[in-house]
Ligand binder design. Structure first.
Ligand code: ZN
Length: 409
């Protein structure tokens, strides 16, 4: 295992100061700068602004931007790449995934290592990684990627929620404490976690990011309304149905809000089915929604209302979801799908979602998400094809990993 003090490269740590000049600097927290400069010292951004004529390493026709934030994936499912076919019904897709997962006793590690490297090559510096096993902890530790590790609990008929939470808490306590890998406890979804377990997780995880799959499929809305439908059938087939459960007959956000889960640390992943009221409830408390549109297409959940996400004023992050439901871990490809679904949303807003909004949602905005003095110099340069009239629009049009370089590489 390679020991990392913080995700600083050796080159950056050894050099007192490096000055990078490029065709464009995209700080995210301010407007793009044509022909700008970024000054890096001791692994952090020292300055950013107009080129001042002093000596600098000229990177040429590239755009320098902060590393991207993939706010939702499941790296441990990487071995399922191309093994769970697309579906028109999310419960049917999930049943296929569960059947496949039962064929292994542990998550294979090599595909996780490959996936971490793939995410890095595509410009990712920070990940919100959902895990049931912490199989991803060591591969992430050996990488330059920082992460929130969402230890996910599942149990719709769980007998002793407090004991489940305590057991997961002990797992977390056994991990080596690492500043840039932050474990916390999260529930899977409202149709797979009992109200008592949802409440227990919320209580135990207070003050930390809490992500949950929410408002994903139409079948989830049906299930919360009257307890019927494909999710109910799946729970019954698994022997996990709880006959004493009473459907809340309300929207998904209101449901988890009643159970004490929704505050500024709350991250609602997917939101394909969200109404304006769901979004307003999140926006009121500065919670976040994370869009994973390519996965939604794959699983049959549908198209997320990207326009309404932004119209509501809620913080919007972006995630690829796992390789079981997406072609790759390239967040630029996810942005291109968001652009396709919401051509009217300003490119600057989409870029902010893939950087600063994601970092804020994951509680890492002090170090990541924008090019500002004091933040970590986890910066990428994206090769531009000749003259680009609108650099932000270009960056949300789909960028291939081959055109992404790390400044510290
Ligand atoms: Zn997910």
């Amino acid at each position: 295992m390679f020991f990392r003090v913080y995700p600083w490269s050796l080159k950056q740590c050894l050099s007192v100061e490096t000055r990078y000049r490029a065709a464009w600097i995209v700080p995210i927290s301010s407007s793009p700068i044509s022909g700008g400069i970024v000054v890096v010292a001791n692994g952090r951004v020292a300055a950013v602004g107009e080129y001042d004529g002093t000596a600098a390493e000229d990177l040429g026709n590239v755009a320098i931007l902060p590393g991207l934030v993939n706010a939702h994936t499941h790296l441990e499912l990487s071995w399922m790449r191309d093994r769970v076919p697309p579906s028109d019904s999310m419960p049917k897709w999930a049943a296929q995934l569960m059947a496949l997962r039962r064929t292994v006793s542990a998550e294979p590690v090599a595909p996780i290592v490959d996936a971490v490297a793939e995410a890095r090559r595509a410009g990712t510096c920070l990940i919100g990684d959902v895990t049931n096993t912490f199989a991803t902890f060591e591969p992430l530790l050996d990488s330059e990627i920082s992460a929130v590790l969402f230890r996910e609990l599942i149990g719709f008929s769980a007998g002793d929620p407090e004991a489940l939470v305590a057991q997961a808490g002990r797992q977390i306590a056994e991990l080596t404490p690492i500043e840039w890998l932050r474990p916390c406890l999260v529930p899977h979804a409202p149709y797979s976690v009992s109200p008592a377990l949802l409440q227990a997780i919320g209580k135990a995880n207070r003050g930390k990011p809490l992500s949950v799959h929410l408002g994903e499929s139409a079948q989830e809305t049906q299930f919360l309304n009257d307890g019927s439908g494909e999710w109910r059938a799946l729970l019954e087939s698994l022997g996990a149905w709880n006959p004493s459960w009473t459907p809340p007959a309300c929207g998904p956000v209101e449901y988890v809000e009643q159970l004490g889960l929704v505050d500024r640390h709350f991250i609602a992943v997917h939101g394909v089915q969200f109404t304006d009221e769901d979004l307003a409830r999140l926006q009121r408390v500065s919670a976040s929604v994370v869009a994973c549109p390519r996965s939604n297409k794959w699983t049959g959940a549908g198209e997320p209302p990207i326009d309404r996400f932004y119209g509501s004023g809620v913080r919007v992050g972006v995630g690829t979801d796992s390789l079981a439901s997406v072609e790759d871990l390239n967040l630029f490809a996810e942005l291109a799908e968001m652009r396709r679904l919401a051509p009217g949303v300003p490119a600057a807003r989409l870029l902010r979602s893939a950087t600063l909004d994601g970092a804020e949602a994951l509680g890492f905005a002090g170090d990541f998400g924008s090019i500002e003095p004091g933040k970590l110099a986890q910066l990428i340069a994206v090769r531009l094809p000749g003259d680009v009239p609108d650099v932000e629009e270009y960056l949300v049009g789909g960028v291939e990993p081959a055109d992404v370089m790390w400044l510290d590489a």
